[in-house]
Design a binder for this molecule. Structure first.
Ligand code: SF4
Length: 318
């Protein structure tokens, strides 16, 4: 017997809901509430939420509601922090999207290394056949010491394996790393290791964002009490330059144009690597304020409370 779900529209969204910038026009369905890890020292996205999986019937009702309300929708993003942690619901919802929303070309999801590796390439390949098209993964750094310090709960090797597992399954992989995550002290080590990590991981897309301390996180407290010193805007730029220096052999889009970044760069590597490194060198030598993003160039403070925050710009309605 097959369950025929009634309709529910609009979808229930337990705020705050986050999605990657490239999913701005996607239909968002929330499969899980919260993050399965929720311990990273720099992240406040799901601090107020305890992880739970939403009842599958509810989400299926929302897919049917979408079929009536927005039948031509082309992209769907499955929230929250790690909907891969709910495999049963995920398979049922992907199947329903395929059946009820035939114009959907891509379904996206955030992935955590633990959940990715739990599925393995075979499990993910099954999800790809059901329509999963892209996994957004945030290893943040390729530096072991920094991973430990920010309590990411994974080693560089595990994050590399997770990256390869997604790609082996034939799913697009979008990787995010964070400038400034190791502070002034670990700046060069983190930047160079992260550049090398990106070359090894060879994701479909990569983006470098700038870390922003958010109230309610350990990182914010450490910045406030002076235990952690963020690089200033020039230091962040220097990190981007070091990262690019290590990215010889990297092929594909590499974006550093997020609202949190001081010097917006949208690159295709290897073509743009040398010109970008030259530009960074020039801006650093001349301290050219005009090259920096408006609103990010007029102050020598590192990003902090009250300034553009990564979390805010990543919000569903941000
Ligand atoms: S960074 Fe990702 S894994 Fe870490 S707490 Fe935030 S959502 Fe969870």
């Amino acid at each position: 017997m097959r369950y025929i779900a009634p309709m529910r529209w609009p979808p229930v969204l337990v705020e705050p809901v986050f999605r990657p910038p490239s999913e701005a026009s996607s239909l968002i369905l929330q499969l899980t509430v919260g993050c399965s890890w929720n311990r990273c020292t720099y992240c406040a996205m799901y601090r107020g939420k305890e992880l739970r999986v939403r009842p599958v019937e509810e989400v299926l009702e929302e897919v049917r509601g979408a079929a009536a309300a927005v039948p031509r929708v082309r992209r769907v993003f499955l929230a929250d922090g790690d909907a891969l942690a709910a495999p049963g619901v995920l398979e049922a919802v992907l199947g329903a999207i395929r059946e009820e929303l035939p114009d959907v070309q891509r379904v996206g999801i955030y992935g955590d290394s633990r959940s990715i590796l739990r599925h393995g390439a075979e499990g993910l390949a099954r999800l790809r056949k059901l329509g999963l098209g892209i996994v957004y993964f945030g290893p943040e750094t390729g530096d072991e010491a920094t991973l430990r310090a920010v309590r990411k709960g994974a080693t560089v090797q595990r994050q590399l394996e997770a990256s390869r597992t997604v790609l082996d399954a034939g799913i697009k992989l979008s990787v995010m790393v964070l400038l400034g995550l190791a502070g002034v002290e670990g700046s060069e080590r983190h930047a160079r290791a992260t550049g090398r990590f990106l070359v090894d991981a060879a994701p479909t897309y990569a983006a470098a964002l700038t870390v922003t301390p958010v109230p309610g996180t350990e990182l914010f407290d450490a910045v406030e009490n002076g235990a952690f010193q963020l690089p200033d805007r020039w230091g962040m730029l220097r990190e981007l330059g070091w990262m690019l220096e290590e990215m010889e052999g990297y092929r594909g889009p590499f974006h550093a144009n997020h609202a949190s970044n001081y010097l917006p760069l949208k690159l295709r590597l290897p073509r743009d690597r040398e010109p970008a490194m030259d530009l960074i060198r020039r801006v650093l030598e001349t301290r050219d304020e005009t090259a920096l993003r408006p609103g990010r160039g007029g102050c020598d403070r590192p990003p902090g409370p009250g300034m553009c925050t990564m979390a805010r710009s990543w919000r569903r309605d941000g």
